[in-house]
Design a protein around this ligand. Sequence first.
Ligand SMILES: Cc1cc2nc3c(=O)[nH]c(=O)nc-3n(C[C@H](O)[C@H](O)[C@H](O)COP(=O)(O)O)c2cc1C
Length: 228
Amino acid sequence: MKRLTALFLALTLVFALAGCSGGTKESPSVNTTAQTSAANGENANTQQTDKDGKKILVVYFSSANTAGVDAVSSATPSFDGQGSTEYLANYIHSKAGGDIVKITPVKDYPLSYSACADAAKKETDSGARPEFQPLGVNPEDYDVIFVGYPMWWYTLPMLLYTFFDMYDFSGKTIIPFNTHEGSGDGGTYNEIREFEPGADVLRGLAVRGGKADKAQDEVDSWLAKLGY
Ligand SMILES: Cc1cc2nc3c(=O)[nH]c(=O)nc-3n(C[C@H](O)[C@H](O)[C@H](O)COP(=O)(O)O)c2cc1C
């Protein structure tokens, strides 16, 4: 644990580049396939099911928020104005199809890294279950659920604990993915297996947040192995 703590302290400088606001009024909490594709300037991807006729959902939380933030505060691992997990989620969605929704907290996290880190630490230490805005879809209506998040304090952001508390994915397939700056998945895929014992939690993918835009080949080969 001491090693992990030292590692995390060493990475703090890197993390300091990450913004921390969860929600933004400019970003709808629900992006339909067409909306997201349109936002990316691409043709709408109308594929709602995979090759086996299964309904796919990509659901993610991403802290970075550049909307309305000055240049210093917005120095996040941000790509085309998207947080690194958001960037990854949109890329996965462009390949796998289905619907995509963002988990937007009811209460925004602070923009400054240190304040956000403090807020996140308090939530983690107290086992908080922060609320999020209505997703606009029922994730239990889907067969395959890609779930994306950044590592926060060596684990999932507590918003994701709320998410897994709320939904029972028994009989469904969960495919986790995450961004990080050194912790990898930090054992979170196994945590998800414990949260959802009735679900089939497939092999996830952990990507360096600062290199999310360089991970396309890695994502492609991961998806191909999963059959997407
Ligand atoms: C509050 C907070 C805690 C973090 N804790 C960790 C951590 O324990 N391990 C790690 O590798 N990265 C950690 N990071 C770095 C983020 O996981 C990384 O910057 C990620 O790419 C951010 O994703 P986003 O841009 O989608 O929000 C932390 C970042 C923040 C803001």
